[in-house]
Design a protein around this ligand. Sequence first.
Ligand SMILES: NC(=O)c1ccc[n+]([C@@H]2O[C@H](COP(=O)([O-])OP(=O)(O)OC[C@H]3O[C@@H](n4cnc5c(N)ncnc54)[C@H](OP(=O)(O)O)[C@@H]3O)[C@@H](O)[C@H]2O)c1
Length: 268
Amino acid sequence: MLLNVITGNTGKEKESRFNGCAFVVVTDYNEEMLTVLITGANRGLGLEFVRQYLATGWRVHATCRNIDDAVELKMLRGQFKHLHLHELELTDFSQIDKLAKNLSQHPLDLLINNAGIFGPKPIAEKDFRQKFTHLDYQIWSDLFTVNTMVPVKMSEAFIENIRSGDEKKIVTISSIVGSIADGEKGLIGYPSSKAAVNMAMATLAHELREENIIVNAVNPGWVKTDMGGNSAPLEIIDSIQQLRALFENLSLEQSGLFLDYDGNIIPW
Ligand SMILES: NC(=O)c1ccc[n+]([C@@H]2O[C@H](COP(=O)([O-])OP(=O)(O)OC[C@H]3O[C@@H](n4cnc5c(N)ncnc54)[C@H](OP(=O)(O)O)[C@@H]3O)[C@@H](O)[C@H]2O)c1
């Protein structure tokens, strides 16, 4: 059989390929196994994070709102014994607390706050409720809940798991539009929710630096997902490959920065 085992930079990852395709290998390296928790894992960037971390030998805790509907995740669970699925409506903070309690004995190397919502789209949907003079304040509040408060709540709920992990990393998938300096201006709701989560992550980085915990907000690029749409220039697989490489090499010196998927610093 054409099976190659490639050892990653950390020496803890193992990726296998069969005739050039990512291939499932479940081997006994539990002691060395790294663990990641990913929110919004049933589609888009979250699902690809799950696929790639599993393929490189990680234990993955994946959350989604409805496991019954998460067809791809259920298929992956059939292939990978180190995939654990958890049902989680992120706006219900009692559910977050409950999951944290259930996982309290499980160290986490990496928490990826990936889940997010964009809200109404003025161009694609001709819906202007995120624009000045048309603002729907409930929608803006929902954007803040999911995009800003949930990543902070998840970080609070799972901080003990991160403390007991080896890698000690928290990353929140933000967006370039959250950059006041560089972001495109036009909408109020989504960009302000991402600017606010950037501030929150910079604050967490400051709070946790002494414990060697690395915290970053990152921009995944403009990616072909339900949110990004078909005109997006980046394929999901490429964005996630670059983000994984970025996360793997993150240092404490970089903690608190807002980083692009290629590692460049994005100005606030
Ligand atoms: N795609 C891009 O071009 C782009 C660019 C910049 C930043 N981002 C950011 O990247 C992240 C992932 O985006 P994506 O493109 O993969 O988006 P997506 O395809 O729309 O997927 C969003 C994910 O978040 C989950 N989610 C939303 N609200 C939730 C809630 N209340 N509780 C639990 N899960 C919830 C969704 O679950 P359901 O399936 O149940 O709705 C889904 O799994 C987001 O934070 C987004 O803002 C994306």
